[in-house]
Design a protein around this ligand. Structure first.
Ligand code: SF4
Length: 267
């Protein structure tokens, strides 16, 4: 059974999957990449814990700064807990506390956007506590899913419920490109198809959520994306079976943030 993560990595760069899965090389993150990883851990945790923060909101007159303070308190908790939760991922990082401090400072500036969104929902709908949290946060988070029929497994960052529909949401914590990467579109198509299989529903779209800019970009799941996903799955299976090195050209936008750039022999 293939994981959705392997499909996404292959779609991003086949050589990356080769170095990782076939040669079993370990990526060597640069300082910026480590910083990105630490930021990812914090943003990811925040995204999962917003529900808890919003449930505490019981006062309809709560100010923007009051909401912001609730998020900042959670950010402080996350800062303390990240080294324990992400022990394995951050094992090789020596100055984790310093990076956590810097990343948390940067992220605290982004939290005002979240507080503003919550404030406007309270004003428009008068929802508070659990109802407010329900309106602003996912139905499920970190949801494991697999399908024998599709031969795929994965873990969805979030599933939202909108108008009775299930909507897959993929969280991206890095600096967003002006467009959605094809590899991220394929990842969402895979999750949509897995959700359809599991819950016997139709999933016509999903979102890529960019936590740095507090923006969700929609991705339509149509016949083409399903066809592309199945073709990609076949290609990755054949690639892993063959063990052959794929020919790829460097792409400065992709290679810049790749942990294998120091050992990669692509042209
Ligand atoms: S450095 Fe570039 S070409 Fe090499 S594996 Fe990474 S993304 Fe692919």
């Amino acid at each position: 059974m293939l994981t959705v993560s392997k499909l996404r990595r292959y779609a991003f760069c086949p050589l990356l999957l080769y170095l990782d899965e076939t040669l079993h090389l370990e990526p060597e993150p640069s300082y910026e990449q480590w910083y990105g990883r630490v930021g990812h851990c914090i943003r990811y945790e925040l995204s999962l814990r917003n529900h808890k923060v919003l449930r505490e909101v019981k006062d309809p007159k709560i100010s923007l700064s009051g909401l912001n303070t609730l998020f900042l308190i959670e950010l402080e908790n996350i800062k303390q807990e990240v080294p324990f939760i992400y022990k394995d991922e951050l094992l090789a990082l020596t100055d984790v506390e310093i990076m956590l401090e810097q990343a948390a400072k940067e992220i605290s500036l982004e939290l005002e956007g979240l507080a503003r969104r919550a404030r406007s929902v309270i004003r428009e709908t008068c929802l508070l506590g659990d109802e407010l949290a329900g309106a602003l946060t996912p139905w499920k988070a970190e949801f494991p899913i697999r399908s024998k029929k599709l031969g795929l497994s994965g873990r969805l960052d979030k599933i939202e419920k909108r108008d009775g529909r299930l909507i897959p949401v993929e969280i991206k914590t890095g600096r967003p490109a002006p467009y959605v990467w094809d590899s991220d579109k394929l990842q969402l198509a895979a999750y949509a198809m897995l959700l359809e299989e599991r819950f016997d529903v139709s999933v016509p779209y999903g979102f890529v959520e960019y936590t740095r800019i507090n923006e969700k970009r929609p991705v339509i799941i149509d016949g083409k994306s399903r066809r592309d996903l199945l073709a990609l799955k076949k290609e990755v299976e054949e690639f892993l079976e063959s063990g052959e090195k794929p020919m790829v050209e460097r792409n400065k936008n992709k290679c810049r943030k790749c942990g294998f750039k120091g050992v990669c022999s692509a042209d």
